[in-house]
Write a protein that binds this ligand. Structure first.
Ligand code: C5P
Length: 299
């Protein structure tokens, strides 16, 4: 775009989401194994008279265009740090499901930050950008970094993971989103009075990622928020079942949901799972993607 900068940012799936008990600040300690997958939002920033946000895409009407949008907040934070006005037009071409548990909002935050950094030539270091990301939200640093990573703390402290191959996925997009705080709240309700163990990354899962072995990964994926997401949205159970019956190696709720993720052996198998999901009418749309893919990239 003339005079502007466009950044492409991927969605994520959590191949493991181990959740600890609620902390004093309301957040939960996590062992969160992120994998970036090839569904993308594109965020374009251009100089303007004032900060404004627009959005295009199938779910654009569900995206807030005010200062609650993480993209707007990212730009304001960067501008404040470098003593300049946040006068840009942010345009989001949205392809990541909205409120779907795939870090779509986080992707837009990381994208807008990287785009404005390039537009303004701030010279901010990667660590500085990651610090702003962590202030914006627990998943935002990973959207910047991409690939695969283990997130600890509330998910913002990242250790990059080596991945020995490409994994094939199908994502079933549900009708309507789920609120992340509501899902964590339901997790707390379901675990009231129970001692929740410290979250720990699974050795078997990290090995499966490192070796690129899809069958081993299928045996190791887990999501501690799945029970809470299913409790709030019981219909997701039939979506998970339909994908398994269609030949998926593993079926899991993505993050806080309601998107469900199906690990498959290859592209052909992905096509069969898509057919099975669509034929059983258990989702609004089915998308195919591979991971890992890189994080935020200036186009
Ligand atoms: O960090 P972020 O703003 O994306 O988190 C959204 C909400 O999800 C938090 O307000 C909190 O309710 C919940 N959350 C949590 N523990 C985490 C991450 C998020 O309880 N580690």
């Amino acid at each position: 775009m003339p005079g502007g900068v466009t950044v492409r940012v991927p969605a994520k799936v959590n191949v493991q989401l181990a959740v600890g008990g609620a902390r004093a600040d309301g957040f939960h300690d996590l062992a969160n194994v992120f994998l970036a997958v090839g569904l993308y939002d594109e965020v374009t920033v251009t100089p303007a008279d004032a900060l404004r946000v627009t959005c295009e895409g199938p779910d654009a009407d569900q995206v807030p265009l005010d200062r609650t949008n993480l993209a707007a907040r990212a730009v304001e934070k960067l501008a404040a740090r470098y003593g300049r006005r946040a006068d840009v037009h942010i345009h989001i071409a949205k392809d990541i499901p909205v409120a779907g548990g795939m870090a779509g909002g986080s992707a837009d935050g990381a994208g807008a930050l990287v785009a404005c950094d390039a537009l303004w030539g701030t010279g901010a270091s990667r660590d500085e950008l990651l610090e702003i990301c962590a202030e914006l939200g627990s998943d935002v640093p990973f959207s910047l970094v991409g690939g695969a990573a283990l997130g600890t703390g509330r998910g913002e402290k990242l250790r990059v993971l080596e991945v020995g191959g490409t994994f094939h996925w199908v994502f079933a997009v549900a009708d309507g989103g789920l609120s992340t705080p509501a899902v964590y709240g339901e997790f707390d309700r379901l675990h009231a009075g129970v001692a929740v163990p410290e979250p720990v990354a699974s050795g078997a899962l990290l090995e499966a990622l490192a070796s690129g072995d899809a069958l081993a990964l299928a045996g190791a994926v887990s999501n501690d928020l799945q029970g809470a997401a299913l409790s709030l949205r019981p219909s997701l159970e039939s979506t998970l079942t339909a994908g398994v019956e269609g030949g998926a190696l593993a079926a899991i709720v993505s993050g806080s949901g309601p998107t469900t993720a199906f690990l498959v052996s290859d592209g052909e198998s992905a096509g069969k799972v898509v057919e099975a999901l669509l034929a059983s009418g258990v989702c609004r749309a089915a998308r195919v993607a591979v991971g890992p893919v890189p994080g935020a990239v200036v186009l």
